[in-house]
Design a protein around this ligand. Structure first.
Ligand SMILES: [Zn+2]
Ligand SMILES: [Zn+2]
Ligand SMILES: [Zn+2]
Length: 302
């Protein structure tokens, strides 16, 4: 199975999920608790995919003697995403941009008032174009990650249709949350439903764009493929870890409600990431053939 047809199917599903995510509030009643359960589950899944798949897949592509390349790339992924978040403030998966009555009514939310107040003034002077640019970059990088994951499995000689399935699952479930934050932000500044859909669609298309660009680039540099794919996977691992923690940590810091269901959702997300192992090519977590496990060669004396 070649990479491009698989990628086409994945991208259609991801764009559909983004468009659906933008309409989520009109389909289901998403109160703060449900929203946080969703965020905890998807956060656990992203954390799991980043650590339990992208990182070992990167090592598998690059080989055991490239550990420093792996960790430096991963550090770069974390730092780049950290500064993107700091500059553009785009990862607002929280309900603060939903209409006020949707915000959790729980009494243990002492921070809600301050929080909401802060969010109001922030929403006003925050140029949502900045949010759009930030989210688009985020989605473009997700596309690179998807392209690299598909190519990594293809290089492992996988014949299944499920190339890069872990990364795909994480992006598929994460994108509706991104879409939700952009449409609710636009709604808060009184944009029409039609322009919300248009912006949301344009933003969703960044993921296929990133993935196709990555695969095209990798095609031109055939000799270097394992190096490029492995480096991108390690970078993407850092990105996924940073994004998931940026979603998971604020709720824990500012709120203490529904701790048990939220923790269960987080663990289920991580468990799902672990389970994806069984849908992967057999060698995805092993060192590539031809790489000796150790440089030490024992020679038997004659
Ligand atoms: Zn894996
Ligand atoms: Zn996101
Ligand atoms: Zn809360």
């Amino acid at each position: 199975m070649s990479s491009f047809p698989v990628l086409t199917v994945y991208c259609l599903l991801i764009v559909a999920a983004s468009l659906l995510g933008g309409r989520l509030p009109s389909l289901v009643k998403l109160d703060h608790k449900r929203m946080q359960i969703l965020i905890s589950f998807v956060g656990g899944l992203m954390l799991g995919i980043g650590l339990l798949h992208m990182l070992p897949h990167a090592v598998s592509q690059l080989g055991a003697n490239q550990i420093d390349r792996v960790v430096v790339s991963m550090m770069l992924g974390i730092v780049v995403m950290f500064f993107l978040l700091r500059i553009f403030h785009f990862h607002h998966h929280d309900p603060e941009h939903l209409p006020a009555h949707d915000i959790c009514e729980h009494e243990d939310h002492q921070h809600d008032h301050d929080h909401r107040h802060h969010a109001d003034s922030l929403a006003k002077d925050m140029s949502w174009m900045g949010v759009f640019v930030g989210l688009s970059l985020h989605t473009l990088i997700d596309g690179f990650a998807l392209g690299a994951s598909i190519q990594a499995d293809a290089l492992h000689g996988s014949t299944s249709f499920l190339l890069g399935v872990g990364t795909f699952a994480a992006i598929l479930l994460h994108k509706p949350l991104d879409a939700l934050s952009i449409t609710s932000l636009m709604r808060a500044s009184n944009w029409s439903g039609k322009s919300q859909v248009l912006v949301n669609a344009a933003f969703a298309l960044m993921c296929p764009l990133g993935a196709f660009l990555f695969l095209l680039g990798a095609k031109f540099l055939v000799e270097q493929q394992p190096l490029i794919v492995g480096t991108m996977l390690a970078f993407a691992a850092g990105v996924f870890i940073c994004i998931s923690l940026s979603d998971l940590l604020p709720e824990m810091e500012f709120h203490s409600h529904h701790r048990i269901p939220l923790s269960i959702a987080l663990l289920l997300g991580i468990a799902m990431a672990w389970g994806i192992r069984y849908f992967e090519p057999a060698h995805a977590h092993a060192l590539q053939q031809g790489q000796p496990p150790s440089p030490v060669i024992f020679e038997m004396p004659e």
